[in-house]
Design a protein around this ligand. Structure first.
Ligand code: PLP
Length: 399
């Protein structure tokens, strides 16, 4: 059975060139980059080189880059760090489609005394610039808007929001975890002060991320201990991870040549094929203003967490538009914020295409999904418990 991986937004395999670049720093070059001796200094050079390379690629100062343990930590650092610099006082404006790394941090900050306004998107998944601007208050200290949503792939007007916010002296946080490697963009043109990236979404290693913090941004550190990362993030540096992140980003910039166009034609064909094969199919999110490889599809009458497990048995790997924890599937906060309703949210599946796919996989993927949806509708949908009984896996949130 051919395996078709359609979950690149959850994670990607490490590129062999990235692995090769990292390998020495697990063994021969094992030094702690904070040590003064030879092995330490050799590790230090590798970290400095990685930071310089990333600065050149992203077109910023290397001293504006802070290495973290991933996108989640970078989002936490951005929000908590700014709140700390403002003595946990003030107001935040955050889009309702942000990743949990951002939304849950906002929840924590509310417990600590900050106020927030959560701005929902339009039904097409795009957050309206005017709605965000209307939410600004006199004491708004930060606005959060992601560049591309992880569930629908819908692209957001970050540069416009950033421009409006910066005019008012409001700090702009942008989660670009899903965008880098999938769409070309210029960091400086985002008009953002804090921008978050994660290596494992672009064929780098898991457990390493990056926070761009524009020079002069008021942000305190979060993890105390060592003085690493300009005192903003203590902890022994993950040298192989940092080297792998830099190599993954280098490959992103080397390899754009036309691949996004291919991805777009595959996902367009995929959605059209599903709509022709099945009744009750709808695309969630903006049809064109989205990441080229991401589509989020609702299948009327289907429970997405079970459908994803049926697809798994057919060798097709995708993610439900819901996170199941302790067996209870919660509908996606993103789809709910778009006003799509619980039923549609629970019947939606995210398919994210990428480098592991080939054009020849598109038609078999359509056939497998159509077959599983039809079987679901005939059995579970009509009250049968056959599939329900066999499929009871639980999972936590995947990207
Ligand atoms: N932000 C977005 C938009 C994501 O999709 C993810 C991935 O799950 C994260 C943040 C968290 O990144 P990480 O898995 O590196 O913690």
């Amino acid at each position: 059975m051919e395996q078709i991986y359609l979950d690149h937004n959850a994670t990607t395999p490490v590129d062999s060139r990235v692995l090769e670049a990292m390998r020495p720093y697990f063994s021969d070059q094992f030094g702690n980059s904070a040590s003064l001796h030879g092995p330490g200094q050799r590790a230090r050079v590798a970290v400095d080189d990685a930071r310089r390379l990333l600065g050149n690629l992203l077109n910023c100062q290397s001293s504006e880059l802070i290495f973290t343990s991933g996108g989640t930590e970078a989002d936490n650092l951005a929000l908590m760090g700014v709140a700390r610099a403002f003595n946990f006082k003030g107001h935040l404006v955050v889009s309702g489609i942000e990743h949990r790394a951002t939304l849950e941090t906002v929840g924590l900050l509310e417990e600590m005394g900050l106020r927030s306004t959560i701005v929902p998107p339009r039904e097409d998944g795009v957050v309206d610039v005017d709605e965000i601007v209307r939410a600004f208050e006199d004491d708004t200290i930060l606005v959060s808007l992601m560049l591309a949503n992880n569930e629908t792939g819908t692209l957001q007007p970050v540069a416009e929001v950033g421009g409006e916010a910066q005019k008012r002296g409001i700090i702009v946080h942008c989660d670009a975890v899903q965008a880098l490697g999938k769409i070309p963009f210029e960091l400086r043109e985002l008009n953002a002060d804090l921008v978050v990236f994660s290596a494992h979404k672009m064929h780098g290693p898991k457990g390493v991320g990056l926070l761009y913090s524009r020079f002069g941004t008021r942000m305190a550190g979060l993890i105390s201990g060592g003085r690493q990362e300009y005192g903003k993030r203590g902890g022994t540096t993950n040298v192989p991870g940092v080297v792998g992140l830099a190599e993954a980003v280098r490959l992103v910039f080397e390899q754009h040549n036309g691949f996004p166009d291919k991805l777009r034609s595959w996902t367009d064909r995929f959605v059209t094929g599903l709509s022709e094969a099945l009744p009750g199919v709808a695309l969630n999110g903006h049809p064109t203003h989205r990441l080229p490889g991401t589509v989020n599809v609702a299948f009327e009458g289907v429970q997405s967490s079970l459908l994803v497990q049926m697809l798994d048995m057919s060798g097709v790997y995708a993610s439900p538009g819901s996170a199941c924890q302790s067996g209870a599937a919660e509908p996606s906060h993103v789809l709910l914020a778009m006003g799509l309703g619980e039923e549609r949210a629970r019947s939606s599946v995210r398919f994210s295409f990428g480098r592991l796919n080939r054009e020849e996989q598109v038609d078999p993927a359509i056939a497998a999904v159509a077959d599983c949806v039809q079987r679901f509708r005939q059995t579970v949908g009509s009250g049968g418990r056959e599939i329900n009984g066999r499929l009871d896996r639980t999972a936590s949130y995947a990207g």
